[in-house]
Ligand binder design. Structure first.
Ligand SMILES: C[S@@+](CC[C@H](N)C(=O)[O-])C[C@H]1O[C@@H](n2cnc3c(N)ncnc32)[C@H](O)[C@@H]1O
Length: 296
């Protein structure tokens, strides 16, 4: 079953453990299980004597982690779920609140590198982009059938420059050729020759904006953030790792509101970034931004 040796290299593990400070007998919630890297670090830090509930909406991630974490037996409970259902998952397990939460947003390397998932403009495959391929609409559905104003909003929310021009060009382009593969979209982006600044790759931003829309990433994160204090025991801690400013802004603003109303204490006055050494070892960590808070 474990077809690839590395599903995903976990990011900012020591910073996460420093904040969560996991202890034997405690219960933790990993909202974004992926390849199980953060869950494993919590289990190892406690000699396998903590319990971790792991959630991922990608069935492949859950299947992979089930096998990887099987040596920990009943200390690990894994569920294929959207983390917006974290409260229900805990209730079903009769858990009133957890001692720590890790939420490491974005994609795992396995998802990004699998051409069949359509997340990367560097690999040609079906233009899907669903983290959970069992339902919902794909990126191809958006490009081929959504109205121009809807496509414009997707791009604008993803902070893509020239969103209205790109939406117009998409609608014109699809009249003679539909978008079927990530290669089709990459070719389209090359053809329209956008005057982006050299530091920004237009395909990176356009692919990211579509991915965010397909997976309702900002809506899901807002829902999770609003329920964060209810998921934690008093004194319990949450660590969130985001990979773009849209997510980090949501985390920062929610933490500020919860601090003002006395529900959470922010533990990271300034966002924490990965060390240079980590970025060199794992370039995918370069955009990571970590914030932590504690339930009062
Ligand atoms: C960056 S990876 C996590 C990697 C993990 N920390 C590890 O060490 O392997 C993010 C994971 O979150 C999952 N994910 C993203 N949004 C989700 C959501 N709303 N509900 C459940 N899982 C989600 C993705 O499917 C992906 O597997």
């Amino acid at each position: 079953m474990i077809a690839r040796p590395i599903f995903h290299e976990p990011v900012m593990v020591s910073e996460t453990l420093n904040l969560l400070s996991p202890k034997e007998g405690n219960t933790y919630l990993d909202c974004t299980l992926g390849g199980g890297g953060h869950t494993l670090s919590i289990l190892e830090a406690t000699g396998g004597k903590a319990r971790v509930i792991g959630i991922d909406m990608d069935p492949e991630a859950v299947a992979y982690s089930k096998e990887r974490l099987s040596p920990f037996g009943e200390k690990v409970i894994l569920k294929e779920e959207n983390f917006i259902r974290a409260g229900e998952v805990l209730r079903e397990l009769n858990i009133k609140g957890v001692d720590g939460i890790i939420c490491d947003l974005g994609l795992s390397s396995w998802q990004l590198e699998d051409a069949n998932r359509g997340f990367s403009f560097q690999k040609d495959g079906p233009l899907d982009m669903r983290m959970n391929p069992r339902g919902g609409f794909t990126a191809a559905d958006i490009l081929n059938s959504w109205r121009e104003d809807e496509i414009f909003l997707v791009l604008k929310r993803g902070e893509v420059p020239f969103a209205s021009r790109i939406a117009r060009e998409i609608v014109r382009y699809r009249k003679w050729k539909s978008f079927q593969t990530s290669g089709d979209l990459a070719n389209f982006i090359r053809q329209i020759k956008l005057p982006f600044k050299r530091t920004m790759h237009p395909a990176t931003l356009i692919f990211q904006a579509l991915r965010i829309a397909v997976n309702r990433e900002l809506e899901n994160l807002s829902i999770l953030l609003s329920s964060l204090p209810d998921l934690l025991k008093p004194g319990g801690r949450a660590v969130l790792i985001s990979y773009h400013s849209l997510e980090d802004r949501l985390v920062k603003n929610s933490f500020r509101i919860f601090e003002q109303n006395g529900t959470l204490k922010v533990l990271t006055k300034k966002v924490i970034r990965p060390t240079l050494e980590e970025v060199e070892r794992n370039p995918r960590s370069r955009s990571a931004r970590l914030r932590g808070a504690e339930r009062r």
